[in-house]
Design a protein around this ligand. Structure first.
Ligand SMILES: Nc1nc2c(ncn2[C@@H]2O[C@H](COP(=O)(O)OP(=O)(O)O)[C@@H](O)[C@H]2O)c(=O)[nH]1
Ligand SMILES: [Mg+2]
Length: 365
C-alpha cells in the first residue's frame, strides 16, 4: 500500500512562525487599524482626506472590484471625494516598452517630491493581466519613489475592457487628488488604443522616444505624436547624445507639419536622460509653463470639462454593455443565435437585432 505523504495533503497545516522582536509595533498598529473592517464609505473618506495611503489603496481596490457591494461603497467614496479633487496637474506618459518610462518617472517623481510635491503614479495597461502587472515589476525601477512617503504608486487595474480599465483609473485619480496628491502621473504603454484613453484624462501628454537608427519617425503612430504636448528623447547620455540631438531636430521639423493644437501650445521637443537626470529639470519647467499658459488662456478648464463630458458618455456605453451581456436572457439567447450564425441560418445583423429585441422586451417588463 502506498503511504500518503502528509505534507502533500491540502489539509496539512504548517507551523506558524513566532513574531520577531524587531517588528516595528507602531507600523503594525497602523496597518492593523487600516485593515480593520470598514463598515461603510465614511470610514474610508475621512482617512483618504487625511492622506492615509493605505486606506487610499484599499478604496482603489473597491473601485477595481466587480462585486456590486464594493461598487456601491466605491461610488459613495468617489462622490464624497469629488469636491476635494481636481487641484492637481495630471500628466500622461507614454512610449514603447523599454524607452525608459519607469526610470523617467522615478527621476521626475523624485525631483518633484524633493521640492515638497506629492506624486501619485497610476497606469493604464489593458494587457497587464497577461504581463502580470507592468508597474509592479517596474517598482524595482522606481525603488526610491515607491519608498517615498510623498509618493503613491499603483499598478494598472487588470482585466476587463480598455474602457473599464480607463474608468477605474480615472476614478482613482479623484481619490488620489482628494488624498492631497498634487501631481498625478498616468503611465501607459505606447502600443494600441490605451494612449487615446489616457490622453482623454490628462492635462499634459508626454511622449518618450528613443533616437533610433534609420527613420526616426518609425515605431510610434502619427496619431500619438499629434496628441503629444511634449516629446522627450530619452537616453541622451554617453555615446547617444549626438544622435539624440539629431533626432530632436528631426522631430521638431516633423511637428511643424502637424496642424496647430487647440490649446495654442506649440509642442516641445527635448532630450533627457532618465538615468543621469540630465534634462529632467527643463522638462519640469516646461510642464509648469504649459500649466500657466493653458490656465491663462482658459484651455486647461475647457479641456477638463470636455473630458468630464466625454467620460460621462463613455460610462454610459460601458454600463449599457455590461447590463446587456450580464442579462441572463441574453446569455441564453446568444448561444443559440451564435450557432445559427455559424450554421449560416441567419446573418450576424439579424442575430444582433434579435438580441436587442429580447433585451428590450426584458428590460421593459
Ligand atoms: N542609458 C540609459 N538607459 C536608460 C535610460 N532610461 C532607462 N534606461 C534603461 O532602459 C531600460 C528600460 O527602462 P524602463 O524604465 O524599464 O522602460 P519602460 O519599459 O519604458 O518602463 C532599463 O534597462 C533602463 O535602465 C536613460 O536615460 N539612459
Ligand atoms: Mg515600465
Amino acid at each position: 500500500m502506498k503511504k500518503e505523504k502528509k505534507s502533500d495533503s491540502a489539509l496539512s497545516v504548517s507551523k506558524g512562525i513566532t513574531q520577531p522582536e524587531t517588528v516595528n509595533s507602531d507600523a503594525v498598529d497602523r496597518i492593523r487599524s487600516a485593515r480593520k473592517k470598514k463598515s461603510g464609505a465614511n470610514d474610508y473618506i475621512k482617512e483618504i482626506l487625511a492622506g492615509n495611503r493605505t486606506v487610499l489603496s484599499q478604496a482603489i481596490t473597491l473601485i477595481e472590484s466587480s462585486l456590486e457591494s464594493h461598487q456601491s461603497v466605491a461610488q459613495q467614496i468617489i462622490e464624497a471625494c469629488l469636491p476635494h479633487s481636481g487641484k492637481s496637474i495630471r500628466i500622461g506618459i507614454t512610449g514603447v516598452p523599454g524607452v525608459g518610462k519607469s526610470t523617467f518617472i522615478e527621476a521626475y517623481g523624485k525631483s518633484l517630491t524633493r521640492s515638497g510635491r506629492k506624486v501619485a503614479v497610476l497606469a493604464v495597461d489593458p494587457s497587464s493581466e497577461r504581463s502580470g502587472g507592468s508597474i509592479l515589476g517596474d517598482k524595482t525601477r522606481m525603488e526610491q519613489l515607491s519608498a517615498d512617503p510623498n509618493a503613491f504608486i499603483r499598478p494598472s487595474p487588470s482585466g476587463g475592457s480598455l474602457g473599464g480599465v480607463a474608468r477605474k483609473t480615472r476614478e482613482s485619480v479623484i481619490l488620489c487628488e482628494a488624498a492631497g496628491f498634487d501631481t498625478i502621473i498616468i503611465e501607459t504603454v505606447g502600443v494600441g488604443q490605451s494612449e487615446t484613453a489616457v490622453h482623454s484624462m490628462v492635462d499634459f501628454f508626454l511622449l518618450l522616444m528613443l533616437a533610433g537608427a534609420g527613420d526616426e519617425l518609425q515605431g510610434i503612430k502619427r496619431g500619438i505624436m499629434e496628441m503629444a504636448d511634449m516629446i522627450a528623447i530619452n537616453k541622451a547620455d554617453g555615446l547617444n547624445v549626438s544622435q539624440a540631438n539629431l533626432a530632436k531636430a528631426e522631430y521638431r521639423n516633423a511637428l511643424h507639419l502637424f496642424p496647430p493644437a487647440d490649446s495654442g501650445w506649440e509642442p516641445r521637443v527635448l532630450t533627457c536622460s532618465a538615468r543621469t537626470g540630465e534634462g529632467i529639470k527643463e522638462i519640469r519647467d516646461q510642464i509648469s509653463e504649459y500649466r500657466n499658459f493653458s490656465e491663462q488662456n482658459g484651455y486647461f478648464l475647457r479641456k477638463r470639462n470636455g473630458q468630464a463630458k466625454y467620460w460621462m458618455y463613455e460610462s454610459v456605453n460601458d454600463l449599457l454593455k455590461r447590463q446587456f451581456y450580464t442579462n441572463p436572457e441574453i446569455k441564453k439567447a446568444s448561444l443559440q443565435l451564435e450557432k445559427k450564425v455559424l450554421g449560416n441560418q441567419i446573418s450576424s445583423f439579424i442575430a444582433a437585432a434579435e438580441l436587442m429585441k429580447i433585451y428590450n422586451s426584458g428590460s421593459l417588463k
